[in-house]
Design a protein around this ligand. Sequence first.
Ligand SMILES: C[S@@+](CC[C@H](N)C(=O)[O-])C[C@H]1O[C@@H](n2cnc3c(N)ncnc32)[C@H](O)[C@@H]1O
Length: 236
Amino acid sequence: MQVEPTALRLPKLDARLSAIASLVRPGVRCADIGTDHGHLIAWLAASGRILSGFACDINRKPLDKAACSLSEYGVSDRVKLILCDGLSGLHPGEVDDIVIAGMGGDLIWEILSTQSWTRDPALRFLLQPMTKTERLRRSLWENGFDILREEPAEAGGFPYTVLQTAYTGKVRHPSQIEAYTGLLWQDSRPAAINYLEKVTRQVREKVEGLSASAQNREEYMSYRTLLTELESRCKK
Ligand SMILES: C[S@@+](CC[C@H](N)C(=O)[O-])C[C@H]1O[C@@H](n2cnc3c(N)ncnc32)[C@H](O)[C@@H]1O
């Protein structure tokens, strides 16, 4: 009797988590910081994309949820659970790719910049900010990290971007438009266009808020220029 191979059982990832997964290098040791439900790291391990993993979270409850996901998809032996703040539970040299997703841009930068061992060009960081993405891009560039790729994604009607970054030591000071649009400025995929439209709406709101106050003339003018650039990009 012929035995049919069992279909690979994998957690369902939405487009945002799939975009992150697509930027993780095959065969690496990967850490998911702020893992919560643990779906991403369970998918990466169960699909065979990564060699081994770490599921890290600052809170016990999410880590318990992640433990259930790892067990459900049969990868508890290849993914270690760590209760820790940011990268503090990891040792330099034991990971290759690090995911920090679903948090604000400032917190992502704080987590990434606190440990000095992150300044290693061999490491890759997959960052998916929910807010303040322009501040995250600026912090990265101004502190010697480069953005190698950006992957736009739309999930639940919201546009997101995922940044693949690495330390190069080369410092650069981005313009406003670079900080706000990153590598998506030149990207003509529908998800990138929708992301740029979201940024344009946010900047328009900022300009409207600033125009009410005469004190912020310089800031107003700089955001006005940024808005004009964004509007002309979105019309193309
Ligand atoms: C909104 S969830 C994001 C879950 C998942 N990464 C995603 O993108 O779907 C944020 C998670 O990060 C965890 N978290 C917040 N601050 C953290 C920190 N400093 N270190 C580790 N985990 C943290 C929270 O406990 C929570 O489980």
